[in-house]
Design a protein around this ligand. Sequence first.
Ligand code: NDP
Length: 278
Amino acid sequence: MGIIDGKKIAAELRAEVAEKVAGCARAPHLAVIVVGDDPASAVYVRNKARACESTGIRNTTIALPAETSEAELLAAIAGLNADDAVDGILVQLPLPKHISEERVIASIALEKDVDGFHPGNVAALFQKRPCTVPCTPKGIMKLLEAYGVEPKGKRAVVIGRSLIVGLPVAKLLLDANATVTICHTRTADLAAVTREADIIVAATGHSGTLRGDMVREGAVVIDVGINRAPDGTLCGDVVFDDVAPKASLITPVPGGVGPMTIACLLENTLDLYLKRYQ
Ligand code: NDP
C-alpha cells in the first residue's frame, strides 16, 4: 500500500505557480467573496488567502454579512467583473438560503470564473472545449498522474454526483479513457459496484461510505470527503485503516485532495491572468 502525498504534490505545483507569478508584469489577483459567518467557510477562505500570499498572488477577501441581499451580492460581483485589476472571482459556497447560488455563479464574468462553476465553463468541460476546470477534480487528476496511475482502460467508480466534484471528475476520468460508473444514494448495491473498480473516488460528505470489504485488492482510492469524526478530528469518506491495506494507493484526509484543491485554485488564478493578457 502506498500513501498519495497530496501535500508534497501540492507544494510542487505551488512552487511552479510562484515561479510563473514572479515573471508576471503584475501580481495575478484573486477576489474572494464570503457571505455570513459559517465557521468552515471562514477556515477555507483564510487558507486560500494564505496560499495566495505564499505564491505572490494578490488576494482580496470581501466579507459580507449574512443578511446581505441577493441584489447586493450581485452588485458586488458586477463591481469585480468590471474591475480590470481583478483576474479571478470566487464566491465561497454555501451561500445563505435566501440567495440563489445558481444566479450568483452565473453572474460571474466567464473569463474570471476561477472555480469553473459558471454554466459556460460547465458546458465547455462537457463539450471538451477549453475551459477553467474545477479545482478539486483537476487536483484529483493531477494526483493520479503524479503517481503514474493511467486511467485508460481502467474501471473507475465515482461515488457522488455533485456539480462541484462528482460529475466533473467523472467527466475527466472519461476523457482520460477510463470506463466510468457514477454512484449516489439510490445506487442499489454500492459495494458490488465499488468491488469492480480499479480507481475509486469517494465524494459523498459522509464518513464510513467506503469500507475495506467494498474494495478489491490493488484498487487506487481517492478520498475527497471532509468530515468531522465524533471526537472532532477531520476524516474523509473512506474508512482509512480498513481500506488502506487493500489499496495499492490511497489519499489520506487531511493531506490528500485538500491541498491539491488549493494549489489548483492558485494555478487557475494564474491561468486566468495569463489568458487576459495574451
Ligand atoms: P454534495 O453533498 O453536493 O454531494 C454528495 C454526493 O454524494 C451526492 O451526489 C449524494 O448522492 C452522494 N452520496 C451521499 N451519501 C452517499 C452514500 N452513502 N452512498 C452513495 N452516495 C452518497 O457534496 P460535494 O460533492 O460538494 O462534496 C462531497 C464531499 O467532498 C464533502 O465532504 C465536501 O466537504 C468534500 N469536498 C472536499 C474538497 C476538498 O478539497 N478536499 C472540495 C470540495 C468538497 P445524491 O445525489 O443521491 O444525494
